[in-house]
Design a protein around this ligand. Sequence first.
Ligand code: UDP
Length: 423
Amino acid sequence: MNSTISKHIALISVHGDPAIEIGKEEAGGQNVYVRQVGEALAKQGWKVDMFTRRASSEQATVVEHSENCRTIRLTAGPTEFVPRDNIFGYAPEFVEKLLKFQNQSGIHYSLVHTNYWISSWVGMQLKKIQDTKQVHTYHSLGAVKYKSVSTIPLISKTRLAVEKEVLETAERIVATSPQEKEHMRSLVSSKGNIDIIPCGTDVKRFGSIARQAARQKLGIDPETKVVFYVGRFDQRKGIETLVRAVSQSQLRGKAPLQLIIGGGSRPGQSDGIERDRIESIVNELGMSSFTTFPGNLDHEILPTYYAAADVCVVPSHYEPFGLVAIEAMASGTPVVASDVGGLQFTVVPEKTGLLAPAKDEVAFAQAIDRILCDNAYRNQLGKAARQRVITKFSWDGVAQQLSELYTELLQQPTKVYKQLSAS
Ligand code: UDP
């Protein structure tokens, strides 16, 4: 790395706490991304501070992950869980607290990498006040999301405007797949600089245990056909399509079958309500004897579940990237996924898994059965899947690309328009 540039960088993730246990509450891909990117960049010599909103008075304000990587929780709004659609009102206070932290610590962040639209607004405010470069990752695009939901939240107008402004003004946007870049161009703006740098995964952790050992650990018979889902309970994740597809499997009643639906949820909250809805469909379809809900799958046990599965299903209505697909692939497990967004980039049909139209339970059933009924095909897909992740989606490789991008941006002079507008 060039020694003349400042090594202090901030990753900003107002609602996705990188230090939180994944799979709980609204935690998902963004939390994993920020944490992994932060830790990998620190290993490459950056001094990484990850800023998030403090969401409980029991949470520590600073969590040290390694010598050069820590999470800093700022108090902005109530110190309790706030759904992400309601957090934007606290963003000005977040900016204020971040500036205060900078002043008190004497650290100046010459580059901020913001995550999700709320943080992008924070980054844009910082740029108005000080000389800071901004890299932004969307994680989800309002313009895509609102196309597929029936009730559009009040905040949508603000979100769409902020997403357009950051695309046009950030020094660089990181799209995690070519499909996401295409959506930015067609639905948000033709202006702005976009690089494609994918998400990554830990290819040592996923792939560390063999199928038989994994099954033994989980008490699953070697002959049972295992279909696996893991992720947040959210209607847009399409779990209903998976359940209906498995109910139509030609193996039902003919071979031992197990459907595992993993992920945390809180009774009475949106994820708890979705889990109840899914459980009632499972009961209605007479599948409760072979369907299990193990709850949140933590860091330790998750690789075992992926390894034990014959197929991992990602039935999302939309996914800008979709970490679960590459985690399963790294574990040598083929993926059946919706033919949308980043899943079209990570899953290569007939090579590492199969794609089916989103919400199409018949197509999902056929794809799942093709893999369950043919062990040789399953093994062939699984082997190629792991190979694809090793070559394209390891965190170290992803962090290397981000590191090169930050270095390039920090070496560039501050743009003239900013100097003019500041004077
Ligand atoms: N996850 C987990 N345990 C769970 C549920 C989810 O570790 O019980 C992790 C999962 O392994 C993945 C992330 O949460 O790393 C979900 O990311 P993805 O991009 O698939 O979906 P998102 O949550 O961003 O919509």
